[in-house]
Design a protein around this ligand. Structure first.
Ligand code: HXC
Length: 258
C-alpha cells in the first residue's frame, strides 16, 4: 500500500516501518498515526511477518504529536473526535512483537508511541521526554501511565512536570529502554533482535507478549495463573516437542508454528 507519512518494507519476515515526516521531525499527525495503524494491522494479518520494527530518522524518532494540527483544535473537536484513540488502540492490539528503534528525539507522543511498542532499543543519541507541560497541556497517550509503570512515580513526575529530556544512558538505567547501542549500529542491532525473534515459534512469541502485558493489567496472583495456564498449553504444540527434541539432539529446532 502507498503511504504518505510512513515507509513500509517487508523483508525476511520483518515489517520495518519508518516514520517519514522529515520536515516536522516525524510529528504525529492524525494521518501518520492512521497510516501507522493500517501498516501494523496489515503486518499482523500478513503470515510472512513475524516481527515489526518501528523507527524514525537519525534526528528524531518522533518529536511529539503535531503541534500545528493541535493548535487549531477545541475541546469539542478533541473529545468528540476521540483524538488519537482508534489509531493507538490499533497499535496496542497487534499480537506480533513490535520493537521501537529510537534515535534522536522521542518526545511527547513520540515517547508514548515508543512505549506502546514491546521494547525499545535506543541509539546513544536518543532523548526521551514528556514536554507537553511546556505547551499548557499534558501527556495523552500513555506519558503519565506507561511511563510511571516503566520508570516509577518519581521519575515519571519529574519528566512530566518539568518537561526535561532524559538521555539514552539514563533511559537504560531506569528501565525505559532495553539496550543502548552506538548510533551507527541502531538498525543493525534492531534487525538482529527482530530476526532472532522471527526464528522462534510464533506461538511462544505471541504467548510471551500476551503474558508480559498481563503483568501491567492484573494483580500478581492473577498474572501468575495466566502465565502458568499459557505455559501448560504450550505442551499441546508440535513446537514444544520439536524445541525440546532439538535441544536433546544438539541441533537447531525447526519451528512450524503448530
Ligand atoms: C509539529 C514540529 C514538532 C511537533 C518539531 N516540529 N516538533 N512540528 N509538531 N511536535 C517542527 C518545527 O516546527 C520545525 O518546523 C521542524 O520540525 C524542526 O524543528 P526545530 O524546532 O527547528 O528543530 P530543533 O531546533 O532541532 O529542535 C528540536 C526539538 C523541537 C527540541 C525537538 O522541535 C521541539 O521542542 N519540538 C516540540 C517537542 C514537543 O513539545 N513535543 C510534544 C508535543 S505535544 P519548521 O517548519 O519551523 O522548520 C504531544 C502531545 C501528546 O506530543 C499527547 C497526545 C498524543
Amino acid at each position: 500500500m502507498a503511504y504518505e507519512t510512513i515507509i513500509v518494507d517487508v523483508d525476511d519476515h520483518i515489517a520495518r516501518i519508518t516514520l517519514n515526516r522529515p520536515d516536522a521531525l516525524n510529528a504525529l499527525s492524525e494521518e501518520l498515526l492512521g497510516e501507522l495503524a493500517d501498516a501494523v494491522t496489515d503486518a499482523q494479518k500478513d503470515d510472512k511477518v513475524r516481527c515489526i520494527v518501528i523507527t524514525g530518522s537519525e534526528k528524531a524518532f518522533a518529536a511529539g504529536a503535531d503541534i500545528a494540527m493541535m493548535s487549531e483544535m477545541s475541546f469539542v473537536d478533541s473529545f468528540m473526535g476521540n483524538l488519537f484513540t482508534d489509531s493507538t488502540e490499533a497499535i496496542t492490539r497487534v499480537r506480533k512483537p513490535i520493537i521501537a528503534a529510537v534515535s534522536g528525539y522521542a518526545l511527547g507522543g513520540g515517547c508514548e508511541l515508543a512505549m506502546m511498542c514491546d521494547f525499545i532499543i535506543a541509539s546513544e543519541s536518543a532523548k526521551f521526554g514528556q514536554p507537553e507541560v511546556n505547551l499548557g497541556v499534558m501527556a495523552g497517550i500513555g506519558g503519565t501511565q506507561r511511563l510511571a509503570r516503566f520508570v516509577g512515580k518519581s521519575k515519571a513526575m519529574d519528566m512530566n512536570l518539568t518537561g526535561r529530556f532524559m538521555n539514552a544512558e539514563e533511559a537504560e538505567r531506569c528501565g525505559l529502554v532495553s539496550r543502548v547501542v552506538p548510533n551507527k549500529k541502531l538498525m543493525e542491532e534492531t534487525m538482529a533482535a527482530a530476526n532472532k525473534i522471527a526464528s522462534k515459534s510464533m506461538i511462544s512469541v505471541m504467548a510471551i507478549k500476551e503474558s508480559v502485558n498481563q503483568a501491567f493489567e492484573v494483580p500478581l496472583r492473577d498474572g501468575l495463573l495466566f502465565e502458568r495456564r499459557l505455559f501448560h498449553s504450550m505442551f499441546a504444540t508440535d513446537d514444544q516437542s520439536e524445541g525440546m527434541a532439538a535441544f536433546l539432539e544438539k541441533r537447531e529446532p525447526q519451528f512450524r508454528d503448530k
